[in-house]
Design a protein around this ligand. Sequence first.
Ligand code: ARG
Length: 282
Amino acid sequence: MKCPVIRPLCVFALVIAIGIGGSCKKARQRGIDDIKASGQLLMLTNAPFPPYEFYAAGGELVGVDIDIARRIARHLGVELSVGIRPFDELLPALAAGEADMVLAGLTINAERLKQASFSQPYIDAMQYLIILSTANIKVLEDLSGKTIGAQAGSTGEELIATAIADGPLHKTDCQLLALSDPTEAVAKVLNGELDAVVVDDTVALQLTAGHAVLSATPLFSQSGAMLSEQYGVAVSPSNPELLSAVNEVITELKSSGELSAMLKKYEAMTSQPPTAPGRVGQ
Ligand code: ARG
């Protein structure tokens, strides 16, 4: 079978399959010396999430996160291996010692900081909605009574779940549907299965570009505040040396302008590049 992504992924998928099948599930985090000795840096992600990780026309996994990870691997003098997991399994897999790091457009937040260490932020993002252009939805409250989709385990899902549990959407007959893949949003909003999908800004813009009947629009809190987030690289708290290496690479990519160039390159690679580009985190 032809592996649709970069070759080390096939090897990594096998390693994970053996790991899962084996009886030893005890977390054993690799230190930087183990990584160097093995010659491979193991990254987990969830795709597609354009422009951060998505499949190019030839089936190869590409994107901003993949390039950043490759630079981290190069900095350590090793090869990059990429494994794909459902989004909500990424941090548990990291905690179980099945990978060295997670890059997945992963928002840094208090809950996740209990499970992993995060690098300095590298992207500024915010929550957006994918809706029909005719729909008039701007703030959380406007989603009253609607059927809303969000990727399972994402901050978008958490936002809506909290609003339904004890926020502005409480008792408004809202339905929240967990999507395994945020790119399902387009078809489901087009066919009326969902009224709205909550997803990160750049991704919403990429997915709706070229669909005149769809809009990607910022979602605001009731008070009119933007729902801002920042992406970071997650590593095990027991691997501070890897975290330092990751931070060094991010500092370099930001200051050299390479991170901005990566964003531009991958936004342009999709058939209809969005009008509002992603922003390098400060
Ligand atoms: N930024 C959001 C979060 O961290 C969504 C990320 C989804 N990423 C992905 N590769 N599917 O929850």
